[in-house]
Design a protein around this ligand. Structure first.
Ligand SMILES: Cc1ncc(COP(=O)(O)OP(=O)(O)O)c(N)n1
Ligand SMILES: Cc1ncsc1CCOP(=O)(O)O
Ligand SMILES: [Mg+2]
Length: 219
């Protein structure tokens, strides 16, 4: 897939899957990713805060194989070196991670770079810094991340839908019960971490979320 083709995925009423083993009810990242891919998720972020870099490397290699089998993207959270070493499609960088413009110099143009944003200025700067997409959030209160930023709300999602020069992933506190509001505010790509990884039946949960997304796509 070309990079342009990969980035188009972000605008197709889709789910951006993310690992979170701590909240996966005893299931491993690998098990969860397999179900996510088999349920039709085409973008997976490997996010793991509680393992050594070597363990992350091993898991990423395995997830790289799986995502290739399903023609899905693999984005590695935080680590540009890991992204390059496992041949991932891209890296996701937060405001406290390495600066996107410098990481772009390191990785070159073929990798996708995503940047976390909470404000309008950060969204516009992400574009200037050479990012390809932005993560926008937390939209609602989220308890998945240590020291989260305060919720930015649906007004910010509306602003991004109308003004962001980059595709955006709405993230933070998104659940089946509030997904419609997020989509009605203009989001096309959503990330619902604990709602998916913590579900009793992950497959069924993804099916329900896709049903809502596809109903917006048709309307
Ligand atoms: C798609 C997406 N959006 C936001 C984040 C958060 O990144 P960051 O602020 O660097 O926090 P950590 O995830 O590293 O704890 C993300 N990972 N992905
Ligand atoms: C990684 C990250 N960045 C902002 S909120 C968040 C976690 C979102 O998790 P949840 O969907 O469980 O609220
Ligand atoms: Mg980070």
């Amino acid at each position: 897939m070309t990079k342009e083709g990969k980035l188009k995925l972000f605008s197709t009423y889709t789910i951006y899957g993310m690992t979170a083993e701590k909240f996966s009810n005893g299931r491993s990242n690998i098990e969860v990713v397999k179900v996510m891919l088999d349920s039709g998720i085409k973008i997976i972020q490997y996010r793991e805060k509680y393992k050594s870099l070597k363990e992350k490397y091993k898991e990423c290699l395995e997830i790289r194989k799986l995502t290739e089998d399903y023609e899905a993207l693999l984005i590695v959270n935080d680590h540009a070196d890991l992204c390059q070493m496992v041949g991932a499609d891209g890296v996701h960088l937060g405001q406290e991670d390495l600066p996107a413009d410098e990481v772009r110099k390191l990785l070159g143009d073929k990798f996708i770079i995503g940047v976390t944003t909470h404000t309008k200025d950060q969204v516009l700067k992400a574009k200037e810094d050479g990012a390809d997409y932005v993560g926008l959030g937390p939209v609602f209160a989220s308890f998945t991340k240590d020291n989260p930023h305060p919720p930015i709300g649906l007004e910010m999602v509306k602003w991004a839908a109308e003004n962001s020069p980059l595709p955006f992933v709405a993230i933070g506190g998104i659940k089946e019960h509030n997904l419609k509001e997020v989509l009605a505010s203009g989001a096309r790509c959503i990330c619902a971490v604990t709602e998916i990884v913590g579900a009793d039946d992950i497959r069924k949960k993804i099916e329900s979320l896709f049903k809502i997304l596809k109903s917006f796509e048709r309307s």
